[in-house]
Design a protein around this ligand. Structure first.
Ligand code: EPZ
Length: 424
């Protein structure tokens, strides 16, 4: 297992390119199962989650070639059984259900386990696919879905107790593109990654309107063609490095290229409200973030897009940990998503977590200490804290970070950080 040794306390400056979006790539890669034509997808980040998805596609019978960020997939002859040993590693594997059911009339996928950020139910996925006529059984920890006579379009409301579901919306949309007639998804997720999936499907020949709104309309078609598609930039990677600029930036600041301003607007707004400096350039494809001279505490509550993203909660909590005053961060989507707080307490942070809310009393400095990564975004928060703390911090179980941040050590070195990846 790798660890990251961070010699923190150094000001960061310089410029990096933001990678393609992990959370846009995963459903788009799954959607390649919908067509028997070859497709090219560009700017797919080289992270373990996308590599797991490519392994699943190969196991399902697709031809898969990757050369750096470009992936070529040809799912001409496929089988409907997703391999348990890979699916269990990544919850997002469930987004092969919709495409397999639509293309093959059958899908056998293991029920994803929970994870440290909370239990990860799939009831809304099954409500959607069942709504199109799929027969659903569970056996031996697997979900067995069948639609021998094909799927039939319907109006389906996907709202759950924590609001819309991103991958649930994706699964239903992918199944609906080959269903008979019209499907309407009410209470759809509006995340940019859902829009990107819809754009990808449209480029294959699907008929979809309303992606990015709470109501998506899909007209089923008989079959789909090929495409050459480029995924959107990763807004959560961008947000994470924006926090690095606010926490540790020099007077020159940290500049991120290849961003989409609209997708990170909420992060910019909160950083500016907290007294930091955020400036866009190159017709909004670059952003520079510098620390404010008098940063203020924040009150943040996560919400579905375009609200404050739960995937940025841990990183903002790290910023609040070293911001003078009291901050309050509430996660309404994953109320248990606070594993980073216990680890940051080892570095001297003053955070009390209760019932999905963190009350943070900013401290003037953090001290280095060995810490344990636990999940993708909590690990990013620990890297940010380590970059801030003067001295040497070891971050163990780096594989959590490698799931969703492409070459994070190389990017940090480009910004002047003193980091080293060490194989344990
Ligand atoms: C996606 O997960 C993202 N993953 C997550 O990012 C992100 O945190 C999440 O959306 C919320 O924005 C990918 O896109 C690969 P949900 P997803 O279904 O779709 C509840 C990261 O760090 N729910 O939108 O699985 C659920 O428990 C990852 O990159 C049900 O109740 O999340 C949660 O409270 C972590 N029943 C809420 O809905 C269901 O059937 C939103 O979850 C499905 C979800």
């Amino acid at each position: 297992m790798d660890k990251l040794i961070v010699n923190g306390g150094k000001p960061l400056s310089g410029t990096i390119n933001i990678s393609g979006s992990k959370n846009a790539s995963l459903p788009i890669l799954a959607a390649t199962l919908l067509t028997s034509e070859p497709v090219i997808i560009r700017r797919v980040p080289d992270v373990s989650d996308t590599n797991y998805m490519l392994q699943i596609l190969r196991a399902l019978g697709a031809e898969v070639e990757r050369s750096s960020g470009t992936v070529r997939i040809h799912a001409a002859n496929i089988i409907p059984n997703a391999p348990y040993e890979i699916v269990r590693k990544m919850r997002a594997s469930i987004c092969v259900m919709g495409p397999l059911l639509a293309r093959m009339g059958e899908a056998n996928v293991s029920i994803p386990g929970g994870c440290v950020i909370g239990d990860r139910p799939v009831d809304l996925h099954l409500k959607g696919l069942g709504g199109l006529g799929a027969e659903i059984d569970t056996e031996g920890g697997n979900m067995l879905l069948k639609a021998p006579n094909g799927l039939v379009g319907k109006e389906i409301d996907l709202r759950g107790k924590h609001g819309p579901t991103v991958l649930g919306t994706d699964n239903l949309m992918m199944a609906a593109v080959l269903a008979e007639g019209t499907t309407i998804i009410e209470s759809a997720a509006c995340e940019p990654e859902v829009i990107d999936l819809a754009e990808f499907l449209i480029s294959l020949g699907a008929k979809i309107e309303g992606a990015g709104t709470r109501r998506i309309t899909i007209e089923g078609v008989k079959s789909l063609g090929g495409t050459d598609y480029t995924v959107i930039p990763d807004r959560i990677e961008a947000g994470t490095f924006m926090i690095a600029g606010a926490m540790c930036g020099s007077s020159e600041g940290v500049t991120l290229n290849r961003i989409n301003r609209e997708h990170i607007e909420i992060m910019s707004k909160e950083l500016i409200a907290a007294g930091h400096d955020v400036e866009y350039s190159n017709n909004d494809t670059s952003v520079t973030v510098k620390p404010g001279s008098q940063p203020k505490g924040m009150k943040l509550t996560t919400a579905p897009y375009p609200g404050f993203p739960t995937d940025m909660q841990a990183q903002f909590t790290a910023l609040c940990a070293v911001t003078p005053g009291i901050s309050v961060v509430e996660d309404t989507i994953f109320p248990q998503r606070f594993m980073h707080c216990a680890e940051m307490a080892r570095m001297g942070s003053d955070i009390k977590v209760d019932n999905g809310t963190a009350i943070i009393n900013g401290v003037s400095s953090l001290s280095p200490a060995p810490v344990m990564a636990s999940d993708l975004r909590a690990s990013a928060a620990l890297v940010l804290a380590a970059l801030k703390a003067e001295g040497k911090t070891d971050i163990l179980r780096l594989y959590h970070i490698d799931r969703g941040y492409e070459h994070i050590d190389e990017k940090l070195l480009l910004l002047g950080a003193d980091v080293a990846r060490v194989r344990e």
